[in-house]
Design a protein around this ligand. Sequence first.
Ligand SMILES: Cc1ncc(COP(=O)(O)O)c(C=O)c1O
Length: 407
Amino acid sequence: MDYRKFIAKSAEAFRASEIRELLKVVEARRVISFAGGYPDPETFPRESLARIAYEVVLNFGDKALQYAPTKGVTVFRETLIRWLKSKNVKVLNEDDLIVVTGSQQALDIVARTLIDPGDYIVTENPTYLAALTAFRPAKPNIVGIPVDSQGMRVDILEERLKELKSRGIIPRFVYTIPTAHNPTGISMSLERKRYLLELASKYDFLIIEDDPYSYFVYDEADVTRLKTLDSEGRVVYMGTLSKILSPGLRVGWILANRQLVDVFERAKQSMDLHTPSLSQYIAKEAIERGVVEETIEKAKRIYRVKRDAMVEALSEYLVRDSWWIKPVGGLFLMVWLPRAIDTKALLPKAVEAGVVYVPGAPFFVDESGTNTMRLNFSYPSVNDIRRGIEILGTLVRRELALPAGST
Ligand SMILES: Cc1ncc(COP(=O)(O)O)c(C=O)c1O
């Protein structure tokens, strides 16, 4: 039977993630993968979580195995708020927090509740691919703002805002990943954060701050959240335990003014009633027993070494006309190769040579960036990082018809 006739037109908006399609190919064979966004499983506190899960089911099973409020398990929300405050995240009111099923759900909720078809929204260009995938079904016009080593070019944002305003348009929100941005690894300077907030106030839009990475930076870095600097309640802040405990638990949160949180709660109710209670009870104990803190420290140790290995290998093996920044945290960096290189066309050759990455173009709102690739350094081993980058360097030189060893 041809099932296409049963499928709603609106379902066409749900495009297959290029990364997930790619990972299917990779799983089938032994290649060095810079493609996914997986944490290193070494960081997972298996024994502690096994003990916690056992105790939670035995001792709190009547609640942990039961339905829970949509907004989240109350005792977990209290613990999470205390922990966020200890990390200098400004929480004005207990009612401002809703627990979500990973920050991916937060993006979906934002798309469903803050965007009407034809609305304008703004993102960094490039931006997190799965955010674009979440926003697009709501049919917004997406304006991409370029980034440099200091983050979003707020000067260019201002120009675009002026131009939009002259046409009577105010964007609904600016979506940003200020620390260790996915895919580029870039962090926004404090000065630009302040400027972005000023623009939000002047032009009257919200800021969606997606922050999975500020909790485990590898160098001395300013991670002041927009949420903490925000004096007008314009920031919708989202976070997750995925990279600092386990993505398998699917626990994230949104912090925003209660009026917005009430709407988010209603949207979430029809999506999944609530985030798994068991995950929330486990997460609560993991925070209270210091397991999250231990995981953060371990992740920092492991990822710092891998990040350094990747950045060194890039300097050693990549042609001189390439550009990237050394990220202060996160799991990724983006490489801008010479214009002549098409990273999508190069990919089959890379897989053949034993290495896979994600071509950068889909991260760009306008599908530009055909000469870019996103590289993940958290999952591959240090040896594989060196070997994989060497292979990529050779491939790029071959494409440019440069002799081996030249830069
Ligand atoms: C910027 C950003 N936002 C959101 C997510 C989704 O994370 P999760 O749904 O696991 O919390 C990720 C995952 O890599 C990410 O990099």
